[in-house]
Design a protein around this ligand. Structure first.
Ligand code: SIN
Length: 474
């Protein structure tokens, strides 16, 4: 299928051929940026900084709002591009485009409110003013699981703050990124202020971005292992970093929960994007009194999910991103079953073959199993039984990760106690999805540094400068 948003990027002599994970078919071939190309792009971004940062917040907001409108006007084609290269069902891809645009609209507004401060002085002859200024050129490295929204969530606050940004999208999903860049051009965002660099050599390009002295900040979404490497590489030039890394989200259901709501929350939290989000529920802890009832009802709902090509009507669960992902998920499932897990549903690659994995439900999981510690990143729910609140909170926190956690309960005292005790950056209480542009998204522990979205998100791209105005007399 030819995409009109990508016509300027078609390059049959290029060296990156993007594949559809549902069919294995080639979607499109595009050019490759070398480390040397990226070096030149960094210099141009730096040259664009004075003019872009001097524009008023209102002026940048007008450009960003045009970008937001164009993204929404092109929602259908963008969704088709997402589905073609990332595999998620079209309905989810449409949702992602709207989610992605919401960050552009939000930060267009926030850019106008990047207020500083006047601090009551310590000396009558002086005044203290705090101003916020754009940090400088920013680089982002973005993942394949949300190939539009994870870009706009970083680019919009950077641009709103007055910073140029260079984005290296995931090797598997560069087309959505290019389509977003095309719309940015149409909206009037200057070429050097926002550049996508597509490459199949992520290490080399990543090294330029993380070590270049002109780049002042790195924003990354991806695995904890890669995040640690990027943090180390960024250390020599002391860059500010935002890291949105892996998770191992607990999803706890207490005896007093609304069971129907918990089952629906579990379904969406686990099987969205075929389980390939950092905030997907990864470990289900169900209290004794409702353990069997929860599994029966959850299994009924999981069994109703339709596996298929994301472009087919009625598909709930698309393919995994590639064969390696299927192998990894399958190995975790096999090892759990060998260690005593009970297969309630699935447990194998899907009968369709290729990159499809059957929606799977495993019960009677114990903390010593490999699957209890790994970020599964696939359509596999693992269920643990628990008895006491203290015990389940300890188990939920027993991980180096701290991104998202969920729990269902109705007792008000318990709700507060558990919300406060969970060591996570985000907690969904009686909700299975917590992503929105208005709230701060991010993790603690080895799940990351910094927050995206919300009124806090723009601060990641600004420096605070304290000015002491002295000699003013009394
Ligand atoms: C992610 O998986 O990294 C992001 C998920 C979201 O924003 O909901």
């Amino acid at each position: 299928m030819a995409f009109s948003l990508l016509s300027a990027y078609e390059n049959s002599a290029g060296s990156i051929t993007v594949q559809n994970p549902a069919t294995g078919a080639a979607v499109m071939t595009i050019r490759e940026y070398s480390a040397g190309d990226v070096e030149a792009i960094v210099k141009k971004a730096q040259a664009s900084l004075p003019a872009w940062s001097k524009r008023t917040g209102k002026d940048r907001a007008a450009v960003l709002k045009r970008w937001n409108d164009l993204i929404l006007e092109n929602q259908e084609e963008l969704a088709q591009i997402i589905t073609a290269e990332c595999g998620k069902p079209l309905a989810e891809a449409r949702g992602e485009v709207a989610y992605g645009a919401s960050f552009v609209e939000w930060f267009a507004e926030e850019g106008k409110r990047a207020y500083g401060d006047v601090i009551p002085t310590h000396n009558p002859a002086s005044r203290i003013v705090v101003m916020k200024q754009p940090i400088g050129v920013v680089a982002a490295i973005t993942p394949w699981n949300f190939p539009v929204a994870m870009i706009t969530r970083k680019v919009a606050p950077a641009l709103a703050a007055g910073c140029p940004m260079i984005v290296k999208p995931a090797e598997a999903t560069p087309l959505s990124a290019l389509a977003i860049e095309e719309l940015a051009r149409r909206a009037g965002i200057p070429d050097d202020v926002f550049r996508i660099v597509t490459t199949s050599s992520p290490r080399e390009v990543g090294e330029v971005l993380t070590t270049h002295p002109l780049i002042k900040k790195i924003s990354f979404t991806g695995s904890t292992a890669v995040g640690k490497i990027l943090m180390r590489q960024s250390a020599d030039t002391v860059k500010k970093v935002s890291m949105e890394l892996g998770g191992n989200a607990p999803f706890i259901v207490f005896d007093d929960a609304d069971l129907d709501a918990a089952v629906e929350g579990a379904l969406i939290s686990k099987y969205r994007n075929a389980g390939q989000t950092c905030v997907c529920a990864n470990r289900f802890y169900i209290q004794d009194g409702i353990y069997d009832a929860f599994i029966t009802r959850f299994a009924e709902r999981v069994a109703s999910l339709r596996v298929g090509d994301g472009s087919e009507n009625g598909t709930d669960v698309g393919p995994l991103i590639n064969a390696a992902a299927v192998e990894k998920v399958n190995a975790l499932v096999k090892s759990a079953v060998t260690d005593g897990a009970r297969t309630v549903l699935g447990g194998t690659p899907d009968a369709r073959g290729g990159n499809f994995y059957a929606p799977t439900l495993l019960a009677d999981i114990t903390p010593d199993m490999d699957i209890a510690r790994a970020e599964i990143f696939g359509p596999v729910a693992t269920v643990f039984r628990f008895t006491s609140e203290d015990d389940v909170v300890a188990q939920a926190n027993d991980t180096p990760y701290g991104l998202a956690a969920y729990f269902y309960a109705r007792d008000l005292g318990r709700v507060w106690r558990v919300a406060e005790a969970l060591e996570y950056g985000m907690v969904g209480i009686n909700e299975g999805i917590l992503s929105t542009e208005v709230a701060p998204f991010g993790g603690i522990k080895e799940s990351g540094v910094g927050r995206e979205g919300s009124r806090y998100g723009i601060d990641e791209y600004m420096e605070m400068k304290y000015c002491l105005f002295g000699g003013l007399g009394n």
